[in-house]
Design a protein. Structure first.
Length: 478
């Protein structure tokens, strides 16, 4: 009799905010899925795939390599249907590696792998690590074509581009690998977060050092995080504890019961030691431990080119377009209102007053404030025929600095007062002349004010409407 003992672990990693990986540890069936899609879609894709895979596999009365492939195709359909039913999940997908205990054609028992994407299955046998699956990725094609080395592939800018994924099309081609397990074999299922950070030698060293599969799984996840943890990382380790060469039935034997942090207990009959180290999304019906979601690996269709380009799926942080949410619209609206209100208030402050000064040699009225306020400069309101000599020297000094008035009417009245003040001073210094030749002071002041600033028929007063683009002398010449 052959016994399988399983350990598993998953973690969000050191960079991503959510875990879109998910794994399955169920009787005779082990799987890892690495979801792709914006927001929570990647999580939904991997969870949907795992649920459908297990459901389809368990519904079969006999488990064969073909039924494992069929289960994977059912998983593809489930993800595809779900993405079609939800606009926010359009384009989501997932990788999938599934290791199942199956009956071979001759009735003997063995194991098989169903594979889509760049999650991997390795076998650790006699101290050597061998990769059993071949990535469905662009860089793998470049390596196969001899264009880049395997080492260059690990840092290639397009290493995220998949050439095959589950759930992104109505049907999918599933790679099938038949296995002949041997006593002592250790099968390693993992998402790309592990090989992205750790070399084969480093993975081998961990598998050789930790006999307990649960401890080995935890250590591999820790290794990936120690070396950067740029992606979600998920590991399932399946140990074959007896030789099946005699044709004895492969039997799945439950290991010690355990639960994932924050998860529900594994159902009776589930396998092995579960060493999930990151709080997973509980999937009670599956007995799985799950990593979830947004901000992690994301997917969008890549531009097709070259071999197998018609079916490429690019993933990576921040590559999925984010829909404009109601919250974003509300924020923009409030932002515009606040900014618009501030600008309007500033404009009112800058334009709500007038000032009198001497500009181009004449006493002039401007609308605005001397020097302007930010980009709201003063504009010419009226230029009189009077010069600095028309008022007292002391008043002329004040005028050059600008005299603020609340309105155009007040500005005109202010000028009239200055002119009258000057005439009064002249009369005081030449009383006989004033008495015999000039009109009464009060009448002259009134007439002068009216003529100088308000009468539309007065040729000496030049009035303009405020113009936004009018030149606004901020330092009027004396
Ligand atoms: Mg990944």
């Amino acid at each position: 009799m052959t016994k399988l003992v399983v350990g598993s672990a998953t973690d969000v990693g050191m960079v991503r905010s959510n875990n879109q990986d998910q794994y399955l540890v169920a009787p005779g069936l082990y799987a890892v899925a690495d979801g792709m899609g914006g927001h929570a879609a990647g999580e939904v894709a991997s969870q949907t795939a795992i649920e459908a895979l297990r459901s389809a596999f368990e519904q079969r009365t006999s488990h064969t390599p073909a039924s494992l492939v069929e289960a994977a195709k059912q998983a593809n359909k489930a993800v595809w249907d779900r993405s079609r039913a939800n606009r926010g999940m359009m384009g989501m997908g997932t990788t999938l590696v599934a290791l199942g205990v199956v009956e071979d054609d001759d009735g003997s028992n063995g194991m098989a792998i169903a594979h889509i994407g760049d999650s991997r299955v390795y076998v650790f046998r006699d101290g050597a690590l061998s990769q059993l699956t071949t990535d469905h990725s662009l860089v793998q094609e470049l390596v196969d074509d001899g264009q880049i080395s395997a080492e260059e592939a690990t840092v290639h800018p397009q290493r995220h581009v998949l050439t095959r994924a589950l759930g992104v099309e109505p049907s999918v081609q599933v790679d099938l690998i038949n296995l002949s397990p041997q006593h002592g074999d250790r099968y390693l299922l993992c998402s790309d977060g592990l090989p992205r950070e750790a070399s084969s030698d480093q993975i081998s060293a961990v598998l050789a050092r930790f006999a307990d599969p649960s401890e080995a799984a935890k250590e591999l996840v820790s290794l990936a995080n120690t070396r950067g943890g740029s992606d979600n990382v998920t590991v399932v380790v399946v140990d074959v504890m007896a030789n099946d060469a005699t044709g004895e039935t492969l039997t799945v034997v439950s290991g010690p019961a355990s639960t994932s942090p924050g998860s529900t207990p594994l159902p009776l009959g589930a396998i092995a030691t579960d060493a999930t180290v990151q709080s997973p999304v509980p999937v009670a019906a599956l007995g799985t431990s799950v990593g979830a979601a947004a901000g992690g690996a994301q997917q969008q269709l890549g531009a097709p080119s070259g071999r197998a380009a018609k079916n490429r799926h690019q993933r990576g942080p921040g590559r999925s377009p984010r829909p404009i949410t109601l919250r974003v619209v509300a924020f923009l609206l409030v932002f515009c209102l606040v900014v618009g209100g501030a600008i309007a208030g500033l404009a009112w402050y800058a334009r709500s007053t007038y000032y009198v000064t001497i500009s181009h040699g004449h006493i002039t009225i401007f609308q605005g404030r001397p020097g302007g306020v930010l980009w709201f400069g003063p504009t010419l309101a009226e230029r009189t025929r009077y010069t600095a000599g028309s008022v007292l020297a002391s008043d002329a000094l004040l005028l050059r600095q600008g005299q603020l008035e609340d309105s155009l009417h007040d500005a005109r009245a202010y000028i009239a007062r200055l002119l009258a003040k000057k005439r009064a001073a002249q009369q005081a210094s030449h009383p006989s002349t004033t008495t015999t030749t000039g009109p009464p002071p009060k009448k002259r002041r009134t007439t002068t004010s009216s003529v100088a600033t308000t009468s539309p028929t007065t040729p000496t007063t030049k009035a303009r409407k405020p113009a936004p683009n009018s030149a606004a002398p901020t330092a009027p010449p004396a």
